[in-house]
Design a protein. Structure first.
Length: 401
C-alpha cells in the first residue's frame, strides 16, 4: 500500500534496488560499423603498423639526398623516374630515393625541365614519414568504458580492427497501462487520453544507450497487466510499467508486483511522480512509473537512467548549467526533490532570466517543451522572484535567445 510518509529519497531508493538486485552486464562482439556510441568492454590495440614502410610526408618529389651533399645540383638534365619521382602525401616511392622536396619548392620551365628553389635543404629523411610513425602494432586505439565516437571508429579502422567487444545494451520493456489511453494519431473522444509516454520514453532510452521494447497499450485489468509483465520478464532486462501506481481504484500494479516478486518500496521523495514503486522479480528490476507525462519523464530521467548506467558502467550524466535570475516565484514542495521546468531567456544585458513553468499552472506542451529544468533539494522549499538559481540546460546554449 502506498505510504508517502514512509517514502525513500532518490539515493535511498537506488541503493536499495542495487543491493537487492545486483546488475550483471553482458558482453557481445559487433562490427565497428555498428559500434557508434556503444561502450567498449576492453581496451583495443592496433593490429597494424602504418606506414608499413616509409612514405612521403607531403606532396612533392622524391630524390636521393646524396645528390645534395654539395648544395642544390644542376637539374637541367634530370629525368622523372631516374633522378626523381613524383611522391604525393602518403605515397610510397622507389628505394633509390630517401628524401622528399615539397612541391612548393619545385617548378618546371616551359620545356618541362625541373628547377629547385634556392635555399632548399635536402637531407636523408627530409619530409619522409618513417615506418610506424602513424601507428604501431600494439598501440592502444580505444579505451574501455567510454562511448565510441566517430573519431574512435577511424582509429579502429586504421588499427585494422573490424570487430570489437562491447557491453550489451540492456533491453528495457515499457508497458503503458490505462483503459483511457489511445494511440497517437487517433482523435480522442470523451474520457480518452493520448499515450504520449511511449514515444517519449522510447527515445529517452535510445539516448541513454538502452534497447527499448515498447508494448501495446494494456487496459486496466490485473490479468492483462500480469500477462504483459510475464512476457516482458522473458524479453527484457529492465521492466517499466507506466500507470496504476497511486491510490485510484484501478491502481493495482503494485499488487501484481507482489504476486510475482519482492516490492522494495512504494513512494519516493521526488516529484512529480511520488507514487513510484520499485520491485525485483526473477532477479530483474521492475519499476512502476506514474502515468502523467512529467512524472514519467522525471522518473525515467533519474531512476531508469541510473539503472541503465549501472548496466553500462557509465557515470550519471551531468547537464550543462547556467546561472539565472528567477522572473517569477517558483513553488517547490519542501519535503521532496522537485522537478521545476523552466524557460531560460536572455535580457538586454545578455544575462539569463529563468521563467518557471509550474505543471499545475501551465499547459503540458509548455512544460514538456522548456529549454531548462531545476531540481530542488529536499528541505529547500519555495524560491522567490529575483533569486539566483543554477538551471540545467535541455538544449545547446546557442539556442537561448
Amino acid at each position: 500500500m502506498l505510504d508517502l510518509n514512509n517514502s525513500k529519497t532518490k539515493k535511498e531508493a537506488l541503493d536499495i534496488l542495487f543491493e537487492k538486485c545486483p546488475l550483471k552486464y553482458e558482453i557481445e562482439t559487433i562490427p565497428i560499423t555498428e559500434a557508434i556510441y556503444r561502450i567498449p568492454a576492453e581496451d583495443m590495440y592496433s593490429c597494424n603498423t602504418l606506414p608499413v614502410f616509409r612514405v612521403s610526408m607531403m606532396d612533392g618529389i622524391a630524390v636521393a639526398s646524396s645528390c645534395f651533399k654539395s648544395g642544390i645540383p644542376d637539374t637541367s638534365n634530370w629525368i622523372e623516374g631516374r633522378e626523381y619521382a613524383r611522391a604525393d602525401t602518403g605515397d610510397d616511392f622507389d628505394d633509390c630515393y630517401d628524401a622528399v622536396i615539397k612541391i612548393e619548392n619545385v617548378s618546371f620551365d616551359e620545356i618541362g625541365k625541373l628547377k629547385i628553389k634556392e635555399g632548399t635543404v635536402v637531407k636523408e629523411g627530409t619530409c619522409v614519414k618513417k615506418s610506424g610513425s602513424t601507428i604501431k602494432k600494439g598501440d592502444c586505439v580505444l579505451k574501455a568504458g567510454m562511448p565510441v565516437r566517430p573519431s574512435d571508429l577511424a582509429a579502429l579502422a586504421i588499427g585494422g580492427i573490424t570487430n570489437i567487444s562491447v557491453l550489451k545494451k540492456p533491453v528495457v520493456a515499457f508497458i503503458p497501462t490505462g483503459s483511457e489511453l489511445i494511440f497517437p494519431g487517433t482523435r480522442p473522444q470523451r474520457g480518452q487520453n493520448i499515450d504520449s509516454n511511449s514515444i517519449m520514453v522510447k527515445h529517452m532510452l535510445i539516448e541513454m544507450g538502452a534497447e527499448p521494447l515498447v508494448y501495446p497499450i494494456v487496459k486496466d485489468n490485473p490479468e492483462d497487466v500480469k500477462i504483459a509483465l510475464e512476457k516482458a520478464l522473458k524479453q527484457a532486462d529492465i521492466i517499466i510499467v507506466n500507470g496504476g501506481s497511486s491510490k485510484g481504484g484501478e491502481d493495482f500494479t503494485n499488487k501484481v508486483f507482489k504476486s510475482r516478486g519482492e516490492v522494495l518500496l512504494h513512494g519516493v521523495f521526488a516529484g512529480p511522480g511520488r507514487p513510484m514503486s520499485l520491485a525485483v522479480i526473477e532477479g530483474k528490476p521492475v519499476v512502476n512509473l506514474p502515468g502523467p507525462a512529467l512524472a514519467a519523464y522525471y522518473g525515467v530521467d533519474w531512476c531508469i537512467r541510473s539503472i541503465v548506467n549501472q548496466y553500462l558502467g557509465l557515470p550519471m550524466m551531468k547537464r550543462k548549467r547556467v546561472t539565472a535570475v528567477l522572473a517569477e516565484d517558483m513553488p517547490c514542495p519542501k519535503p521532496i526533490s522537485f522537478l521545476c521546468k523552466i524557460n531560460i531567456e536572455k535580457n538586454q544585458d545578455g544575462k539569463y532570466i529563468a521563467v518557471p513553468a509550474p505543471f499545475k499552472a501551465f499547459p503540458i506542451n509548455i512544460c514538456l517543451g522548456t529549454n531548462g529544468q531545476f531540481i530542488s533539494k529536499i528541505g529547500e522549499g519555495d524560491y522567490k522572484k529575483g533569486d539566483t538559481i543554477e538551471v540545467e540546460l535541455l538544449c545547446s546554449e546557442e539556442f537561448i535567445i
